[in-house]
Design a protein around this ligand. Structure first.
Ligand code: OSB
Ligand code: MG
Length: 370
């Protein structure tokens, strides 16, 4: 493959409902899309999952735009790329900036699968076409609103409920959910809001028998997590802390977690995700696919990734309509009554990209050529 042009498009999309975590509130996404074009005019699409501010990690929309435009695109354009798997190596000289890298890398995987006329999920080595799905529910204005949302998602068939927790929105909230809904598959995501000083709170929450606590401690920590995990019955799942296959290996080795959430953006794309999945599978650590409030393009990549063998737990991969009035892909992502998504048979990401819609939502574009 040779990439002749790379287009960056920023779209602004209002969320159906604000999404609040321990680190902040989002009402409108600023999403960068990457379109790569090869020497024959074939296209691939990727999505940059960075947030609007550097709050989940260091990267954010502006930093990714400039990094892709000035640094990463020139490393890719015009180069002979033996296969999508080699894309990561071409960007090796750049430290970090994994969300920026993943936007390009995943676009090249889509392109390659389209050239091969095979669905991306098969091309990645997917083991099953139907994936289990859960939902992530942000912090709400009131407990009543949260309970209503949970009710709605259970009725839709989702296989597990994740609620965001933060100091002041934790023990009592989980207790109420257990009182109202009983032993539903439930978990809490703290997005790094706590420290080891809160160990007693987590020990107390063991009584709720949650599926896991996601990222209770610092975003860059594995040491304190290992201390906390040893005091708990409930498995810890790491999200923010796992940025590379090496991070996964070390976290597992020192017992920082019993579950890992994989996100293409956080780890640098499909190749890195596959490596982490494989390490975890060998160590019998279940994984699941996290979400970053993606548009349909990122969502489609997440679906493909979730078909890999090690993704045994329901992921944060849910229907388009939970986030968007109108998505940028066709058809939109839909969930079956059993709370599953069926990966499409169409080549590449398997959904067609709605250029008309992207055109309407675009706030800036740049076409980069060699
Ligand atoms: O920690 O998983 C997270 C959204 C933005 C940033 C971080 C996270 C999330 C979510 C949303 O939980 C998952 C989704 O896209 O449905
Ligand atoms: Mg998380």
């Amino acid at each position: 493959m040779r990439i002749e042009a790379l287009e960056l498009i920023e779209i602004n999309m209002p969320l159906v409902h604000f999404f609040q975590t321990s680190f902040g509130k989002t009402s409108q996404r600023r999403i960068i899309l990457v379109r790569v074009v090869d020497q024959n005019g074939a296209e691939g699409w990727g999505e940059c999952t960075a947030g609007e501010t550097p709050s989940y990690c260091e990267e954010w929309t502006e930093s990714c735009w400039i990094t892709i435009e000035k640094i990463l695109a020139p490393m890719i354009l015009g180069k002979e790329i033996p296969s999508a798997e080699h894309t990561w190596d071409l960007m090796q000289r750049v430290r970090g900036n994994r969300m920026a890298k993943a936007a390009i890398e995943t676009a090249i995987w889509d392109l390659e699968a389209k050239i091969l006329q095979t669905p991306l999920w098969r091309h990645l080595g997917g083991a099953r076409q139907e994936i289990p799905c859960g939902v992530s529910i942000g912090i709400q204005n009131s407990l009543d609103e949260l309970l209503q949302k949970i009710q709605k998602e259970l009725e839709a068939g989702y296989q597990r409920i994740k609620v965001k927790i933060a100091p002041g929105w934790d023990f009592d909230v989980i207790k109420k959910i257990r009182d109202v809904f009983g032993m539903i598959p439930l978990m809490g995501d703290a997005n790094s809001a706590y420290s080891l000083n809160d160990s007693d709170l987590f020990k107390k929450m063991d009584e709720f028998e949650l599926m896991m606590f996601e990222q209770p401690l610092a975003y860059d920590d594995i040491i304190d997590h290992s201390k906390l995990q040893k005091q708990l019955e409930t498995p810890i799942c790491l999200d923010e802390s796992i940025r590379s296959p090496e991070d996964a290996r070390k976290a597992i080795e020192i017992g920082s977690c019993r579950i890992i959430n994989i996100k293409n953006g956080r780890v640098g794309g499909h190749k890195q995700s596959k490596l982490i999945e494989s390490i975890c599978r060998n160590e019998q650590i279940p994984v699941w696919c996290g979400g970053m409030l993606e548009s349909g393009i990122g969502r489609a990549h997440n679906i493909a990734m979730s078909t890999l063998e090690g993704f045994t737990l329901p992921g944060d991969v849910s229907a388009s309509k939970r986030y968007w009035h109108e998505d940028i892909i066709e058809p939109e992502v839909e969930v079956t009554a059993k709370g599953t998504i069926i990966a499409p048979e169409t080549p590449g990401i398997g959904f067609s990209v709605r250029k008309d819609r992207i055109e309407k939502l675009a706030v800036r574009k740049t076409l980069i050529r060699q």
